[in-house]
Structures are given as structure tokens and as C-alpha cells.
Design a binder for this molecule. Structure first.
Ligand code: UT7
Length: 324
């Protein structure tokens, strides 16, 4: 049976930086609080660029690194909670920008786990023989759904995109995937309005219901437990143990969450962390972290790489990849 292999990675971070000291001028916060409670030092702002624009730059880089032409793509999957619009999908807009005329295209709404959900779909569609080349992207412009007067959320998020090109291969690269959800805890992190349940109205705008609402403290505790469990389940599905892992690429919501997950799994020296530079970019966090870890030379041939994500929905997802 055929399998899928990651052959190219790319990322794009918009140039505008917003540091903690800049936030001190907007809300009652401090660099010290943000650093110690989250590990974040700065984040990027897209300033007029949409999710498909960010995705385009990340995808171009991933395709170049893969040595694959956009015209050879069979499918484009974009994970985003900040799509350009509900429809056309961001994936369709990206297909146009890339001139990937042969590719089918669809979006995934799985919040911070969207990239792992997308990789899992891509892997299975290639393994099943349906497609040969698939582009998976996580792209977010969270700055447009951030309430810039709410200090409990506005210090956390940032904009960016990461992309991966998957192609059919005889080598087994994806060893396992574990995806999960708990819709009963959707109140912990959500964007209340703008969909069919609460359509946009003057009231929803006045009440800022088009901005992210989060019960951070409760979410924190769930995040640690779920990310630990998810990584363990994915590893055991691959027939591996925690000490077989070479590098953990976790969702980058909060350095304290990552440290706690790493401590529990006893892999403190094997974790990739970049939350200080970008904040939480939802679906783009894990995609950008994977790309950077590889570009920084932290992932070598033969390594066991575990992606481990968690986010609003609630959703979680982990993938075990052998870097071939
Ligand atoms: O991406 C999906 C997954 N995301 C997550 O899992 C996020 C999980 N949650 C978190 O990362 C953390 O809960 C936060 C970073 C959001 C908050 O950290 P915390 O340590 O849980 O703080 P807290 O919410 O318990 O608030 C502690 C204090 C409060 O003041 P009092 O009530 O103790 O006087 C807050 O009002 O910190 C205050 N506070 C702030 N102070 C300065 C909250 N935000 C700020 C701020 N600056 N930006």
C-alpha cells in the first residue's frame, strides 16, 4: 500500500511586529505579566492581508522546497478559523492565487488542531490512492477577531501561516494519527456570532460577539491533560513509547502549557517552542513550528516527530511522523 510523505514545508509571518510594550499602551497589562504567564514577547499583525494571502506566501515556499509545481497539486486543504469568507473557501481563493487549476479545494474548521486534521486527511487520501500531491495549510488572521480592549485575550494571539506539501511515497512517513473532540466544552473558547446560530446584527457587533471569547483558566487545565493524553495515544497507535520521540511540536498557546505537557511526558529537552515570537496563531502555530524546527536543523532523517495540538471546539489532534 502507498503512503504519504512530507516533501516541502513553508511559512509566512507578516512583517508588522507588536511587542508587549506596545500592548501596554492599549490595555492595562505589562510586559512582565505577559512574559511570565504566557511566554509571549511579540506577535505579528497581517495589516490588510487575508488568510489566503498569508497562505499563498507559505504555500509558495513549501512548493518550492518540495520541487512540485502548483499545477501538479491534486488537492488543497486550508485549516483556518479566520477564513477570507465562509464561501468561497480560503482553499478555493488559494487555488486561484496559486493557479493550481487541477486541484480540488476545501477548508477545515478545527481551530488550533486544523493543521493536524488537514495532514491526517491528506495522508489518508494519498494512502487510499485518491490523490498524488496535496497541499495542507494552516493560516490565520486572528487580529481581526481579537477584542483589542480585552486584556485577557488580546495579548495572546497573532497572525501567520504554515504549509506542507504531501506526496505519494513508498516510505512510511505518517505512523499514526489521533484526532478527538468534545463539543460539550465549546463554551471555553469560541467566536459566538457571525454564523447561522447568531447571525451578524447591530447587537452582535455592539456586544463584540465577533471576537474570541475565552475562559482561559479552565481551558489551561484541560489543555495540559488533553495534549498529554493525545500524544500518548498517537504514540501507542504507532507502537512507540514517550522515550522513542525525538521532537515534540506542540500547539503554541502558552509556554506554561507546553512546559507542563513536556514535564508530564518527561521530554523537556525535546520540545520545539516559538510562542515567544508569534503568540498563539491557532491552526498556523503547529504548521509554522514544524517548518521552523525543520529549517533550524532540529529535525533529522529518521527522527520521530510528534505533532500535538489542542483548541476550541474542543478539538485535539496528534500525528506521529517518521522523518524520511
Ligand atoms: O489555543 C487554544 C488553547 N488555548 C489555551 O489553552 C489557553 C489556555 N489559557 C491560558 O493560557 C491562560 O489561562 C491565560 C494566559 C489566558 C491566563 O493566564 P492565567 O494564569 O490563567 O491567568 P488568570 O486568567 O487566572 O488571571 C490571573 C490574573 C487576573 O487578575 P486577578 O483576578 O487575580 O486580580 C486577571 O484579571 O491576571 C489578570 N490578567 C491580566 N493582568 C495583566 C488577565 N489578563 C491580564 C493581562 N495583563 N493581559
Amino acid at each position: 500500500m502507498k503512503s504519504a510523505k512530507i516533501v516541502g514545508l513553508g511559512k509566512y509571518l507578516p512583517p508588522k511586529r507588536l511587542g508587549n510594550h506596545d500592548l501596554e499602551k492599549i490595555v492595562e497589562t505589562s510586559d512582565e505579566w505577559i512574559r511570565t504567564r504566557t511566554g509571549i514577547e511579540e506577535r505579528r499583525l497581517a495589516e490588510g492581508q487575508s488568510a489566503s494571502d498569508l497562505a499563498y506566501h507559505a504555500s509558495k515556499q513549501a512548493l518550492k522546497n518540495a520541487g512540485i509545481k502548483s499545477s501538479d497539486l491534486d488537492l488543497i486543504i486550508v485549516a483556518s478559523i479566520t477564513p477570507d469568507s465562509f464561501f468561497p473557501s480560503t482553499a478555493c481563493r488559494l487555488q486561484k492565487l496559486l493557479k493550481a487549476s487541477k486541484a480540488a479545494a476545501f477548508d477545515i474548521l478545527a481551530a488550533c488542531s486544523g493543521f493536524v486534521y488537514g495532514l491526517t486527511c491528506g495522508w489518508q487520501m494519498i494512502s487510499g490512492g485518491l490523490y498524488q500531491n496535496i497541499l495542507v495549510v494552516g493560516s490565520e488572521v486572528l487580529s481581526v477577531v481579537t477584542d483589542w480592549q480585552d486584556r485577557s485575550t488580546c495579548v495572546l494571539f497573532g497572525d501567520g501561516a504554515g504549509a506542507a506539501v504531501l506526496t505519494q511515497s513508498n516510505s512510511k512517513c505518517f505512523l499514526s494519527s489521533h484526532l478527538g473532540a468534545d463539543g460539550s466544552r465549546s463554551d471555553l473558547l469560541c467566536l459566538p456570532a457571525g454564523g447561522s446560530r447568531k447571525p451578524a446584527s447591530h447587537t452582535t457587533v455592539e456586544k463584540k460577539l465577533h471576537c474570541i471569547k475565552m475562559r482561559g483558566n479552565e481551558l489551561f487545565r484541560v489543555a495540559v491533560r488533553v495534549m498529554v493524553d493525545s500524544a500518548r495515544i498517537a504514540l501507542s497507535k504507532a507502537g512507540l513509547k514517550e522515550n522513542d520521540l525525538d521532537i515534540l511540536i506542540p500547539h503554541q498557546a502558552n509556554k506554561r502549557i507546553i512546559d507542563s505537557v513536556a514535564r508530564t511526558l518527561k521530554i523537556e529537552d525535546k520540545v520545539y517552542i516559538n510562542v515567544s515570537r508569534y503568540g498563539n496563531m491557532s491552526s498556523a502555530s503547529c504548521a509554522v513550528a514544524l517548518c521552523e524546527a525543520y529549517q533550524d536543523g532540529k529535525i533529522k532523517k529518521g527522527d520521530i516527530v510528534v505533532l500535538d495540538t489542542f483548541g476550541g471546539g474542543l478539538v485535539w489532534g496528534s500525528c506521529v511522523i517518521k522523518w524520511v
